[in-house]
Every structure is written in structure tokens, then in C-alpha cells.
Design a protein around this ligand. Structure first.
Ligand SMILES: *[C@@H]1O[C@H](CO)[C@@H](O)[C@H](O)[C@H]1NC(C)=O
Length: 123
């Protein structure tokens, strides 16, 4: 069970590497972002009492690296298309993960998030 999860996460990461399609004008490719959040997937499927440290570290790096509006928008789109296409993600665990890691995201990750309105250029 645990090892099949590892295989799935690894496969996902490999697919991302192979399909590494850079987003226009983005400093972070979606493949990089997916690799960064890969340690979160086990927790998101089967939440434990605390978020694993590699997951928090990944989110923190992501948040620090995505500074500009286009970066944040494309990161948002990438996470949205990645996470909500995976089966068995616990949405309430997902929504509370950044807070549990001590990260203040300006938005809540949810299936209905609109990546364009959350990151307006006029701020
Ligand atoms: C999501 O995880 C929480 C614990 O963080 C749990 O109480 C809840 O039942 C889970 N929901 C689903 C749909 O699995």
C-alpha cells in the first residue's frame, strides 16, 4: 500500500519530467511545481495528525519562488489541474495544509478557484 503510493508518486514525477512543458513566461515549470508538491500527496489522500515536513518545505519554497503575478497564476493553474485530477484527495485536508505548515497563502486551494481573479495585476 505504502509502496504502491510511492510508485504512483514517482511515476507522476517522471511523467512530469518527461512532459516538462514550460509555461510561457513562468519561472517555475509545472513539472517543477508537481515535483515540489509530490511529498504532499500521501498526506492529502490519507491525512495524519501533522503535515509531513517535506510537504511543508515544498509549499514554502513554492510560495517563496512564485513572486510575480504570472508566476502565481501559472502555479495556481498547475496545482489546480494536477491536484484535482488525482483521485482520493481529501479536500478539507488540502484546504488546511498551507495553514498547518504556517504558510499564509492569499487564497484557498479549492476545485473552484479561479486562478485569474485571485491574482489580479491591479493590486
Ligand atoms: C479528510 O480528512 C479529515 C482529517 O483531516 C477527516 O476527518 C475526514 O473524514 C476526511 N474526509 C474524507 C472525505 O476523507
Amino acid at each position: 500500500m505504502a509502496s504502491s503510493m510511492l510508485v504512483k508518486v514517482t511515476c507522476l514525477a517522471l511523467i512530469c519530467l518527461v512532459l516538462n512543458i514550460p509555461l510561457a513566461n513562468a519561472a517555475l515549470s509545472c513539472g517543477q511545481i508537481q515535483l515540489t508538491v509530490a511529498p504532499c500527496l500521501g498526506y492529502l489522500r490519507n491525512p495524519g495528525p501533522s503535515v509531513p515536513a517535506p510537504c511543508c518545505n515544498g509549499l514554502r519554497n513554492l510560495n517563496n519562488q512564485a513572486k510575480s503575478t504570472p508566476d502565481r497564476r501559472s502555479g495556481c493553474r498547475c496545482l489546480k489541474s494536477t491536484i484535482f485530477s488525482l483521485p482520493g484527495i481529501n479536500l478539507s485536508a488540502l484546504a488546511s495544509t498551507p495553514t498547518k505548515c504556517g504558510i499564509n497563502l492569499p487564497y484557498k486551494i479549492s476545485p473552484s478557484i479561479n486562478c485569474n481573479t485571485y491574482f489580479s495585476d491591479h493590486k
